[in-house]
Design a protein around this ligand. Structure first.
Ligand code: ADP
Ligand code: ASP
Ligand code: MG
Length: 406
């Protein structure tokens, strides 16, 4: 008998009929003798609707109340799911984050899970119940509700699986696995049978939203096998696990994109020691992730600094920077939200020359201008105008020979 955590994303629980369908899948796994913990997202579109409501109530909603509101979508799906299982004759109970105690830090809207109390879950499983948990939400030390950032139900599922020492964490979604790129924009994308935690982490942090990157971090630390599959069919999915011999060792194994980025340029900053620290410390104090950073060579003692942040952090970034740049004597700040980041990822890149130039040549061949570049050992990212995102992804997928062939 195995202990399985099954997470269903928003499209899998989008209406009563879909919930009934996935409930059958849960019942089947239970009927095979397994203990099942289900983790659910809100119905597709619901979290967006709640966020929109929050901004209609206030242009700067209090973070505590924002989390109270946007976490409610998951309360709806867990209760409906339990009702449906009960109606089908199965013991099932729903729980919110604070009831089992998914303890997080205090940073509202992007909290990190610190601990999962397993007592109540184990007690209910011991009584033969299917346990249905809300994804996305937790509670902090002050007993306030927190949320884990968009896509955070993946992280809830992996954290619960790690705490319970589950045999596997199954992520059910609207695609049947992890592909070489988003199959919804590139029809030649190829499904990967297995992918290592390291590579998946690069995929996710570079924008492949099929798994939230924090969930992959946790899976890697606690060695939780994560199996990504479709909630609509029984196709074999993708196993995210430790690197092993039979994994593909391509130079480039995938192409990702991130439309959530915005670019900030601070012009004419005096080029003195401590400037970067003065600029970026207030951002990190507010838990704002800065991704790519470029500093130009200084001319007559002044330099330009360009960096990217998440679009959703822009208003906070603007408020912080207006103040800091005035203090630093910078003359100009430009904000550009019309960009996206396109990346190629592959562990084989470490030992191959010429990968970057192949990427730049492929983009140039389509007349796509590169606005920023960053490289790591196993990833190269380019910022491009957002209107070129899909084209850039397809061109790179083709240029690195990733296309599916019959
Ligand atoms: P859920 O609501 O189930 O959490 P998400 O929308 O968060 O689903 O994630 C699934 C989506 O991830 C897919 O519909 C697909 O468009 C996108 N995606 C991006 N990159 C990839 C990739 N490399 N492989 C599979 N899906 C990807
Ligand atoms: N409902 C949340 C969101 O839409 C969490 C999730 O679906 O993973 O981001
Ligand atoms: Mg998701």
């Amino acid at each position: 008998m195995a202990l399985i955590v099954q997470k269903f994303g928003g499209t899998s629980v989008a209406d009563i009929e879909k919930i009934q369908n996935v409930a059958k899948r849960v019942i089947q796994a239970k009927g095979e003798g397994n203990s099942i913990v289900v983790v659910l997202s809100a119905m597709a579109g619901e979290t967006d609707r709640l966020i929109d409501l929050a901004y209609r109530a206030s242009d700067n909603p209090t973070e505590r109340e924002y989390d109270v509101l946007i976490s409610t979508g998951e309360q709806v799906t867990v209760s409906l799911f339990a009702m449906i299982l009960n109606k089908m004759g199965h013991k099932a109970k729903s729980f919110l984050g604070h009831q089992v105690k998914i303890l997080t830090d205090k940073s509202h809207t992007k909290a990190r899970i610190l601990n999962v109390d397993t007592d109540r879950i184990n007690y209910e499983l011991g009584r033969g119940s299917i346990v249905i948990m809300t994804g996305f939400q937790g509670v902090n030390q002050e007993e306030d509700i927190t949320t884990l950032g968009r896509g955070g139900s993946d992280t809830s599922a992996v954290a619960i699986a790690a705490a319970l020492n589950a045999d596997v964490c199954e992520i059910y979604t609207d695609v049947d696995g992890v592909y070489t790129t988003d199959p919804n924009i590139c029809e030649n994308a190829r499904k990967l049978k297995k992918v290592s935690y390291e590579e998946m982490l690069e995929f996710s942090s570079a924008g492949a939203k099929v798994l939230q990157s924090r969930s992959v971090e946790l899976a890697k630390i606690y060695e939780v096998p994560v199996y990504v599959r479709s909630s609509y069919n029984n196709e074999e999915g993708t196993l995210v696990t430790k690197e092993d011999e039979d994994m593909e060792k391509e130079v480039v194994s995938g192409v990702t994109y991130d439309k959530d980025q915005a670019k900030v340029t601070i012009g004419q900053v005096p080029d003195k020691p401590g400037i970067a620290s003065r600029l970026f410390t207030p951002l990190s104090d507010r838990n704002i992730v800065v991704d790519m950073i470029i500093q130009n060579a200084s001319i007559e003692g002044n330099t330009d600094l360009t960096f990217t942040v998440s679009k959703k952090d822009m208003s906070e970034v603007q408020a912080i920077l207006e103040k800091v740049t005035r203090e630093l004597g910078a003359t100009r700040i430009d904000y550009d939200e019309n960009i996206s980041k396109v990346s190629i990822v592959g562990v084989g890149m470490k030992s191959h020359a010429g990968v970057a130039s192949r990427m730049f040549t492929a983009l140039a061949g389509e007349g796509i201008n590169i606005l920023m570049i960053s490289t790591s050992e196993i990833k190269i990212s380019c910022v491009v105008e957002s209107k070129y995102t899909e084209l850039a992804v397809r061109v790179l997928h083709d240029a690195f020979g990733l296309d599916y062939k019959d």
